[in-house]
Write a protein that binds this ligand. Structure first.
Ligand SMILES: Nc1ncnc2c1ncn2[C@@H]1O[C@H](COP(=O)(O)OP(=O)(O)OP(=O)(O)O)[C@@H](O)[C@H]1O
Length: 267
């Protein structure tokens, strides 16, 4: 593989990144590579720095040390922000009665491209329908967003991020408030986006749980990056690694599932 090819295959490259808000570092010496086509589960207990790392990736926070490249370009020079879709943790908090349909919410994802209050062309509308289809919400196209369940709303926000055809989708805790059965369906949908539509995915969660059945790679963060590798390597050493990482404070939550999730009290 030539150097040039490696560059184009790289979606996220983080080198020796350290970050602090005040005097204490919350991320220390993080080196992480996400290749094109990966579905990375970024896991870590509450307060481990997951959201902070994402803020650094999106250029919202600037690390004191280290550097970041997106799609092979240093962050400072990077301009292809429309290649990145981001769905935040708090996206699914619409009240019932919020006066917008699924179609309208998803079409908001186009405004960055076409400008607010412009008319949607037929082609734009087609994009909106396709994005809704990709998250399997076509049956709800004209439904009010407020009438949907948390999991359905989260799908709609993913469709809004998908409407501009991103190459990378970053999802911050997308399954908070989604029931266990829907979580499995949700992950299946994400896996399809990854495999069938070739979108590189970064899924941030504090719940290891079912995720390991769907992702290709796992990164474990707790200020330091304690593990980064493919899912098989992770599951082989999962229990051992969890206790090495988090010691006897680990509170294991068993799901209806082979794997387990960890919740670690923040110190
Ligand atoms: N704006 C801020 N100013 C100061 N400290 C902050 C700020 N935001 C976060 N922190 C601290 O930085 C650390 C990492 O927080 P961060 O939100 O990145 O963790 P997280 O892994 O995303 O947590 P969670 O799973 O609870 O969302 C925590 O100790 C948090 O208290």
């Amino acid at each position: 593989m030539g150097h040039r090819h490696q560059l184009t295959d790289s979606v996220i490259q983080v080198n020796h990144l350290s970050f602090k808000y005040t005097s204490q570092y919350v991320l220390e010496d993080i080196t992480l590579h996400v290749r094109k086509g990966a579905f990375l589960g970024l896991v870590g207990p509450n307060g481990s720095g997951k959201s902070t790392l994402v803020k650094c990736l999106l250029g919202i926070q600037t690390p004191q040390q280290g550097d970041i490249s997106l799609f092979g370009e240093p962050l400072k020079k990077f301009s292809g922000w429309d290649r990145i879709g981001y769905v935040s943790q708090k996206a699914n908090s619409f009240n019932s009665g919020f006066p917008a349909t699924v179609f309208e919410v998803v079409s908001m994802g186009l405004y960055g491209k076409i400008g607010l209050f412009r008319f949607l062309t037929k082609k734009h509308k087609q994009k909106v329908y396709e994005a809704i289809e990709k998250v399997e919400m076509s049956a709800y196209t004209n439904e009010n967003i407020g009438n949907l369940s948390g999991g359905q709303q989260q799908r709609v926000f993913i469709a809004r991020a998908l409407v501009s055809d991103p190459d990378l989708l970053i999802l911050d805790e997308p399954t908070v408030g989604v029931d266990v059965h829907s979580v499995q369906q949700f992950y299946t949908m994400l896996k399809q986006l990854n495999q069938e539509h070739g979108i590189t995915l970064v899924l941030i969660t504090h719940d290891i749980g079912a995720m390991t059945d769907y992702v290709t790679d796992v990164a474990c963060l707790n200020k330091h990056l304690h593990f980064h590798g493919d899912t098989d390597t992770f599951t082989e050493s999962e229990n051992e690694m969890m206790s090495t990482l988090y010691g006897h404070d680990v509170h294991m939550l068993t799901h209806n599932h082979d794997h387990s999730a960890c919740e670690v009290p923040t110190s």
